[in-house]
Design a protein around this ligand. Structure first.
Ligand code: MSP
Length: 708
């Protein structure tokens, strides 16, 4: 059967998404639309990974149940996917998978049972019970070997994860193991026999060399007493499943593995095997662990595991919450059209390699490739058809007797030249698309834009229009550009679904591009006499300096304010005691930044202030207060601190979650609006108004590290 199944990773439900998460969804959505255009029945999955210690802890710190925590993050994902046209209502994903769905529990239980009964390729039991002793990183949800952590100077302190720099958990408990060590040869055979199983090649080589180095058995359960937020191990409720074991299986439970209702609604038999699109950060789980689990369960291997690179910032650092360099989705949504973002992501990132993201780059491409490129080609073609042809697509044919006249203008009288060029471009475009080389495919499409633009500029239709004898030449030029535009719409629909459909409507065409197959395009398919629609601007030019300034202002909000503690206190004092005279407050606030340092302290005085690195675990507005935020901040202690700060006018609470801040840890706790505040977040106080700008780090730092 002609079906296709594509998946994104299911994202952890402990923090809110950023551009990195959006990117994988955009790529998957583009591929799904491309397949649908070819008449292939397609199923597209995205969703959230909701179990495990990481979510359990995030929930605990935020004062939520794990389910509430997951629901909160999912509601944001749903809002975001709708805003970016990726949800089912916009023709995007077919399922937003959640691992807390009962049908998933059912399928995972069935899968475990199958694996538990299986023998490895070397004839041993695939699952056995043992004792795990080692280090575990909650943030990675992975056990760490010696080369994956750093040992701190203080030998009593636990090692820290190389990726997150957070302390690892020492696990010493009974555990079920998956006998991964018996699967190396079988895996190597799989990679050998299917050289495109892992893509691109560079990742395939990485995976092969990892497996060639030998594999260690994998602990796949935790005691329920240590991690209760997980799927129980069948017939042994004292254990919960390792979160990756449960999460990977989502790809098949979503479509019906182990559940009749889902099987009938979607169809495991119909859609499996699927293609997994993942970031290179989680390749090992998908290209090593997952295939081994599937072998054990006797389930067919995925079609492909395709890994893309990471988005990095302008200085080459990976985009992450910890570094505070994430591209926030609400900023993107506010300033850019979805299609411009989709185009930029696919054009800018050479698939498989890391890509550099900057708003500047996005604005440049939106202006040059979209406004001046495709948008301009569309509007000049349609405007000229309106002006010179009464809004009706003219004939593209030049009769025998007019050929010589046409030739004199330099216009190619042989229509097949341009037709051949475009057909060839289409074939190349589709080939690149099928190889995930979106950037190259788009380059090819833009070579068509350039060619048609040049044809128009060379032919000068505005001059041809002055000579009635050149009417056929003029018509031919305009027909060719309109026809090329039609082809571009069909090709580019998966990348820019909205704009291409808009151009199509302006061309007077009403069919849905969703089901128009680019492989079947024939030159001349645009009927003469088609009445064009209303010509509307597609990609307004962006004022770069102004937009960048507005984005910057949005990120660092301005307005009347003082430092957090002062405001927090003044807000309380307004309620409890008479407000101090305005004069006093203004003078005190304004003096600090302009007067310079006047009094000096001893180093010992400074040492009295215990400044610690903290991570904001949750932040919410205090009811009935427009200034105060209540935050839970992890400063490396047993329990997070509750800190109130008067920054609610300047910072969206959701955006602070995951951010590293500096906390005055030995400030006497006090009550603000009935809530205890156990510390203070350090912020710069900007301008006469004392606008707070929270201090942060540009490098990874562990929670609890002291500032000296
Ligand atoms: N829950 C696991 C996946 C389980 S799949 C069975 C997980 N979740 S995650 O929330 O950490 O998502 C990781 C994925 O998000 C990456 O593989 C990638 O798809 C996307 N990205 C997150 N940050 C990214 C960048 N900076 N750049 C590009 N993609 C990124 O791992």
């Amino acid at each position: 059967m002609n079906t296709f199944y594509i998946t994104t990773p299911i994202y952890y439900a402990n923090s809110l998404p950023h551009l990195g998460h959006l990117y994988t969804m955009i790529v998957a959505d583009t591929v799904a639309r491309h397949k649908r255009q070819q008449g292939i029945e397609t199923f597209f999955l995205t969703g959230t990974d909701e179990h495990g210690i990481n979510i359990e802890r995030a929930a605990e710190r935020a004062g939520r149940t794990p389910q509430q925590q997951a629901d909160y993050v999912v509601s944001y994902y749903k809002k975001m996917t709708a805003a970016f046209g990726l949800d089912a209502a916009h023709g995007g994903y077919d399922i937003f998978m959640r691992t807390t769905e009962p049908f998933h529990y059912q399928g995972v239980t069935e899968f475990w049972r199958r694996v538990a009964k299986a023998k490895t390729p070397r004839g041993n039991d695939a699952i056995y019970k043992g004792h795990y002793e080692g280090w575990f990183c909650a943030a990675c949800a992975a056990y760490k070997t010696e080369d994956e952590y750093v040992k701190p100077d203080d030998s009593a302190a636990p090692p820290r994860c190389l990726i997150h720099e957070t302390p690892l958990d020492r696990i010493s408990e009974e555990s079920y193991f998956f006998r991964l060590s018996d699967y190396d040869e079988a895996l190597l055979k799989l990679y050998e026999s299917r050289s495109d199983f892992v893509q691109p090649d560079v990742r395939n080589n990485e995976v092969k060399s990892f497996v060639s180095g030998g594999l260690q058995d994998l602990s796949i359960s935790r005691l329920k007493s240590s991690v209760s937020w997980g799927i129980p191990v069948p017939d042994d409720p004292a254990h919960t499943m390792y979160v990756w074991f449960d999460a990977l299986i989502n790809y098949i439970t979503a479509i019906g593995f182990g559940n009749l209702e889902r099987e009938q609604a979607v169809g495991f038999e119909k859609f499996w095997p699927g293609l997994h699109l993942v970031g290179k950060d989680i390749l090992r789980f998908h290209a090593v662990y997952w295939p081994s689990f599937l072998m054990a369960a006797g389930v067919e291997q995925p079609r492909h595991v395709v890994a893309h690179g990471m988005w990095v910032d302008s200085t080459g650092r990976k985009m992450s919450k910890t570094l505070g360099n994430t591209i926030e989705l609400d900023v993107l949504e506010r300033f850019f059209s979805t299609d411009a973002i989709r185009y930029f992501c696919l054009r800018e990132m050479v698939f498989g390699q890391d890509g550099r993201f900057s708003y500047e780059g996005l604005i440049d491409r939106a202006n040059s490739d979209l406004a001046s490129g495709l948008g301009n080609l569309s509007s000049r073609t349609l405007t000229m058809i309106g002006r010179y042809c009464q809004g009706v697509v003219p004939s593209g044919k030049i009769s025998e007797e007019k050929l010589l006249l046409a030739k004199r203008t330099g216009v190619d009288t042989d229509e097949t030249t341009i037709a051949g060029f475009i057909e060839h471009a289409r074939d190349q475009f589709l080939q690149h698309f099928d190889n995930f080389a979106f950037s190259r495919a788009l380059e090819v499409a833009w070579s068509v834009v350039a060619r048609i633009d040049k044809m128009i500029s060379d032919a000068k239709p505005w001059d041809l229009a002055k000579d009635e004898n050149q009417r056929q030449t003029l018509n031919a030029v305009l027909y060719r550009s309109a026809e090329a535009l039609r082809w571009l719409c069909v090709l580019l629909y998966p990348v820019m679904p909205q704009t291409t459909q808009d151009i199509y409507a302006q061309l007077g065409l009403s069919e849905s591009l969703r089901t128009t197959n680019p492989a079947q395009l024939k030159w001349g398919g645009l009927n003469e006499n088609t009445k064009i629609g209303e010509v509307k601007p597609l990609f307004p030019r962006m004022d770069k300096a102004k937009t960048l300034e507005e984005i910057r202002k949005g990120a660092e909000p301005s307005g009347v304010h003082a430092t957090e503690a002062a405001v927090a206190e003044s807000e309380v004092s307004k309620m409890t005691t008479p407000a101090p005279p305005m004069q006093e407050a203004t003078e005190a606030d304004a003096a600090a930044p302009v007067a310079g340092v006047t009094t000096f302290i001893e180093i010992g005085d400074f040492a009295k202030v215990d400044l610690r690195v903290g991570e904001v675990l949750s932040a919410e507005r205090l009811p009935k207060s427009d200034k105060l935020l209540l935050m839970k901040i992890d400063i490396g202690e047993q329990a997070p601190r509750q800190v109130l700060a008067g920054i609610a006018e300047y910072y969206e609470p959701e955006k602070l979650v995951g951010r590293k801040v500096v906390v005055v840890a030995n400030l006497k706790s006090r009550k603000l609006r009935g809530h205890e505040s156990q510390g203070m977040v350090v912020a710069a106080s900007i301008g006469e108004q004392g606008r707070p700008v929270i201090a942060t780090f540009t490098e990874d730092v562990p929670n609890g590290a002291r500032l000296k």
